[in-house]
Design a protein around this ligand. Structure first.
Ligand SMILES: CC(C)(COP(=O)(O)OP(=O)(O)OC[C@H]1O[C@@H](n2cnc3c(N)ncnc32)[C@H](O)[C@@H]1OP(=O)(O)O)[C@@H](O)C(=O)NCCC(=O)NCCS
Length: 244
């Protein structure tokens, strides 16, 4: 393993033989209704996740499967979970412009990626959503999304509630501090990885998305009780995605 406490895989193709057999029931249902470009993107992401876990645990991925069930509505989306590893693992995924970025770790983890050549309109939309006019909106936004993925609630939390520094951040309503690793340019993307800060008091496996470790069954992948849908935050995120 690297000196960072996770494995990161960036790829633009499927490297896993028989990838469809490695999908859980929710992922298969999602694949069944996916159009061609979405199907390709989805499978590249799943391949990246499984490869990252296989490298982390140092074993072939024969026993691994991946699946995602929304903790909010039970739908075929949400944070991915990998089953079958010898030790419980956590994973996170981000889709870049031309490739997937996946991370795997033994603790909650989140990753986000944005193309470095993001348009001025999108940068303006990001500044509006985060409410911060400072430099490096891309760095701020990728850190916020990485933390919210590690937290497990994603944009059900208002991004303005995420406090971000250069190396650390936290979500306002929880006592967990997150470490941040900024891969400034990776395949033309700004990539940020977030994980609970073991030195941060309330950090560690007590919080974050630890409830989604691989050893858990599909049935026990229960909802985050205090998290409620945040339509306002999702609307603001949509304004970013709609920017040319
Ligand atoms: C995840 C999220 C923060 C970022 O999405 P984005 O910027 O559009 O896309 P990215 O490429 O960066 O990330 C997408 C990946 O995040 C992961 N993801 C989705 N929801 C997640 C969550 N709650 N926690 C952690 N990761 C999540 C998935 O792996 C997804 O890729 P996949 O669909 O191929 O598996 C945002 O989509 C989100 O918050 N979604 C959940 C909101 C929610 O729960 N709403 C209630 C629905 S009923």
């Amino acid at each position: 393993m690297t000196r960072w406490p996770y494995e990161l895989v960036a790829t633009d193709r499927v490297h896993v033989d028989g990838i469809v057999e490695r999908l859980g029931p929710s992922d298969r249902a999602r694949l069944d209704v996916a159009g061609l470009p979405e199907r390709e993107r989805f499978l590249v992401g799943r391949s990246a996740i499984l490869t990252a876990v296989s490298r982390l645990v140092g074993e072939p991925l024969d026993a691994l499967t991946v699946d995602a069930v929304c903790t909010e509505c039970g739908g075929h989306h949400g944070a991915p979970v990998v089953f079958g590893a010898p030790t419980p693992v956590h994973v996170s995924l981000a889709h870049g412009s031309d490739r997937a970025f996946a991370v795997a770790a033994y603790h909650p983890i989140g990753v986000d990626a944005e193309p470095r050549n993001t348009s001025a309109a999108r940068l303006t939309a990001i500044r509006d959503v985060t409410g911060v006019r400072g430099l490096d909106p891309l760095g701020r936004w990728t850190a916020i999304e990485a933390i919210l993925k590690a937290d497990g609630r994603g944009l059900r939390v208002d991004p303005r509630q995420v406090l971000v520094g250069h190396r650390r951040g936290r979500v306002g309503d929880r006592g967990i501090r997150y470490r941040l690793r900024r891969h400034r340019i990776l395949h033309g993307h700004a990539v940020v990885v977030a994980w609970p800060d073991q030195e941060g008091g309330a950090g560690g496996n007590a919080g974050g998305n630890s409830g989604r470790a691989a050893s858990r069954s599909h049935a026990s992948n229960n909802a985050s009780s205090e998290a409620s849908a945040n339509p306002a935050a999702n609307r603001r995120k949509s304004s970013i995605d709609a920017a040319p």
